[in-house]
Write a protein that binds this ligand. Structure first.
Ligand code: GLA
Length: 725
């Protein structure tokens, strides 16, 4: 049960497992007291316990704030650490003194104005809003906190309100800040690059500031809006972990500053680089939402909370809990070089092996024979689709397949009718040459005209195609983030206004086409975040489809995201990115770690291999619910080098799918054993397709003997079914 207790100037948010506590000091300053395992109560003078100053003697007019753990530290007035909020008035001074004004407590959770956020249809969560004020500037600052009853998570955001008469400039506004009394041992972020997104990056905490950020206009492949602090020695199944993620897809920062006393201030929010915001009298500004998760049982426990949160409180629409269709995407099969005849041959083979959805990727519109032209001209190319999307999708459906489409709606090619008609619709700085990336420019999604154009283009294509699925791609970053649509004083609002415009279009489209499954993509996983997940239930994890590399990418992505969110396909060998040759069984086993599909030219595969694909696909189908919505448990960390292993346990506990991949073949090695987790130690489990039966305790302690084939990157998959009641 979620509850918010209010006792003697203390606000205590809690559910069955966690507590989050703050206290009003002298009726004015909001002190952070605690976040962690559930407490029954906090006794005595907490201020005295943590700062050696009794509450009675506390005076904000001394430098005392610098030692005080605070809920939302403003900048420039008594606290010399990095602040969460910087706002300037017309005198240019950026000193703020926030003081408590009022608070409210409500059942459920308010929506965030124009931004994706966690939701709770059951209304069982509780929300506290504390309003603070800087009376000199006429600035109100509402701090929102929601505690969920079924996830060990706290959602936070901030709303600024200019109640005065002068224009205010917001230079920095974090979504959440937590002042830990002592620095937890280590920081983990998900960092990487195109084709190696979200690799686990551990670093010990030390005095000063450390963290990740993006100023690319997208949450990015290079850094993800997520971080966790773990106590030294925390493992998959033990140790305290505090994790932070932002429900946002644009520029962000997530960092921890360890101070002179060994305390740690963790903050997450909009990146203040290339950002400020003019707040006119009467204006409001809402920050993106941050979600904080606490787990006492290590990284595994933390991930289970995130996965539950994603399923119950982030993803929307029928696909939040429905089975995902097994798809074939033609990108790596044909790239731009296809005819309708070729695609139909491919789709015919796909139908033969049991694929459910055919996805037509890039190249179907304008004169798009390469990536140099036609983005923005979303009209079928009659050379490739003589009867348009309508005629082609009809033929696909006649094969018994559903139909899906690729678009990259936020972009424009300089060589396009759209650009010739509206050269000012892209991000650009007057007087500077327009920088292209992958031969394209970024449309200014902050502009209402652009939003309308994009909405109509996408809605039109979905309607003509009667599409069941849309892959929404985004293949370049912002540089410069400037626009002709805003006056000079507002140029640094461009990137955030872009995101608000994009979200407005996505909201309209997902409302108008509730049955369409949206898959997000940004050159693979360049925008894999909770903001996109709110609109699009799955994300194409990476352009790197190599099964070996995918073990690393998917393993670390699973820290935050469930398998149902991760697009994963069986592709050709030699792999198009790495040149590596991997067994079909391994490619399939790794794709089973996400939303399963194929991305290769099936017309070039011989019948016997197609039969093996058909069997592997049927295997996946038979356990799809367990894979997508079961409990995901990581077993071998691929970053340690030996290999990767994981398992999915069905919600009722009756079925488990276990997969291991051994990276390097070992000649004359000993038996490889994998100890499972999460099973019922008193139950028995039968191994599908064999006569073998093992006890749960046996599998978890003695372990499962892995029977790898020879060769590098060999895999072993078993399906366990619980025997009896
Ligand atoms: C991006 C995507 C790919 C593919 C191409 C098409 O790179 O990540 O999957 O759709 O665009 O141009």
């Amino acid at each position: 049960m979620a509850e918010i207790l209010e006792q003697q100037c203390t606000f205590h948010l809690r559910n069955a497992n966690i507590s989050y506590i703050m206290r009003l000091v002298r009726g004015e300053i909001l002190m952070h007291v605690y976040f962690g395992k559930r407490l029954s109560e906090v006794r005595g003078d907490v201020l005295h316990r943590f700062t050696a100053v009794p509450e009675e003697g506390f005076d904000r007019n001394e430098f005392r704030l610098d030692r005080l753990p605070q809920e939302y530290p403003a900048c420039g007035y008594g606290d010399l650490r990095a602040g969460a909020l910087t706002v300037r008035g017309e005198d240019g001074v950026d000193a703020l003194a926030l003081a408590y004004v009022r608070h409210t407590i409500q059942d459920g959770k308010p929506a965030l104005n124009g931004l994706p956020a966690t939701h709770d249809r059951t209304n069982r969560c509780k929300t506290l809003c504390v309003t603070m004020e800087d009376s000199r500037l006429g600035l109100e600052c509402e701090l929102y906190y929601t505690v969920f009853d079924d996830c060990d998570a706290i959602a936070r955001h901030v709303v600024l309100h200019n109640t005065g008469r002068q224009t205010l400039t917001v230079d920095r506004v974090m979504s959440a800040c937590v002042d830990f009394h002592s620095a937890q041992g280590q920081l983990l972020t998900l960092s990487g690059a195109w084709a190696r997104e979200r690799y686990m990056d551990w670093r010990p905490l030390s005095q000063g500031r450390q963290g990740v950020a993006s100023a690319r206009g997208a949450s990015s492949a290079q850094s993800n809006p997520f971080m966790l602090l773990a106590e030294r020695g925390a493992m998959e199944d033990s140790g305290e972990v505090y994790a932070f993620a932002l429900v946002y897809s644009g520029n962000f920062t997530a960092d921890v500053t360890v101070d002179q006393y060994g305390g740690a201030r963790a903050m997450i929010g909009l990146n203040d680089e290339q950002f400020d915001w003019q707040l006119l009298p009467g204006d409001h500004f809402t920050t993106p939402e941050a979600v904080l998760v606490y787990a006492a049982d290590g990284l595994g426990g933390m991930s289970r909370e995130w996965h539950a949160l994603c399923h119950r409180h982030v993803t929307r629409g029928p696909y939040a809990s429905a089975q995902r269709p097994i798809l074939l995407n033609n990108w790596e099969a044909t790239y731009f070089n296809f005819t309708e005849e070729k695609l139909l041959a491919l789709a015919g083979k796909a139908a033969q092996i049991g694929v459910e959805l055919f996805v037509l990727d890039d190249g179907w519109f304008g004169h798009r024979d390469s990536d140099a032209v036609s983005l923005g001209d979303w009209v079928e190319d009659p050379r490739k689709l003589p009867d348009g999307l309508a005629g082609f999708s009809e033929r696909i459906r006649a094969l018994g397949l559903r139909f899906g489409l690729w678009m990259e709606p936020e972009m424009v090619s300089p060589d396009s009718d759209l650009y010739r008609a509206h050269p000012d619709w892209c991000l650009h700085a007057p007087g500077m040459p327009r920088l292209t990336g992958r031969n394209q420019l970024v449309l200014d999604m902050g502009s209402p005209q652009v939003q309308e154009y994009v909405y109509e283009a996408v809605a039109g294509a979905l309607t003509r195609a009667k599409a069941d699925y849309l892959k929404w791609d985004m293949n370049r970053n912002f540089s410069p983030a400037a626009t002709a649509a805003l006056p000079p004083a507002r140029q640094r609002e461009t990137a955030h206004r872009y995101m608000l415009g994009l979200y407005a279009v996505l909201e309209r489209l997902t409302e108008a086409f509730p049955e369409v499954l949206f898959e997000s993509c940004a050159s693979g996983g360049g925008r894999f975040d909770l903001g996109m997940l709110y609109y699009m239930p799955q994300t194409w994890c990476s352009d790197n489809t190599d099964a070996h590399d995918r073990c690393l990418i998917q393993y670390s992505t699973s820290l935050l995201f469930p398998p149902s969110a991760m697009g994963a396909h069986v592709s050709a060998v030699p792999n198009h990115q790495t040149g590596r040759v991997t067994a079909l069984e391994t490619r399939s086993a790794v794709a089973m770690g996400g939303t399963y599909g194929f991305e290769l030219d099936l017309t070039q595969i011989d019948e016997s291999e197609l039969e093996r694909m058909k069997a592997l696909l049927a295997q996946e189908k038979s356990v799809r619910d367990t894979l997508l919505y079961g409990q995901f448990i990581r077993l071998w960390n691929p970053f340690e080098g030996r290999g990767a292993a994981w398992m999915s346990l069905s919600a009722c506990g009756r079925q488990a799918v276990v997969t291991a991949v051994r990276f390097r073949a070992a000649v004359n090695g000993g038996p490889e054993v994998l100890r499972l987790r999460g099973l019922d130690s008193g139950a028995h489990y039968a191994v599908r397709g064999t006569e073998d039966v093992y006890g749960g305790d046996e599998l978890m302690n003695l372990g499962l003997t892995l029977q790898f084939a020879t060769g590098d990157d060999a895999s072993y998959t078993v399906i366990l079914e619980r025997v009896g009641a």
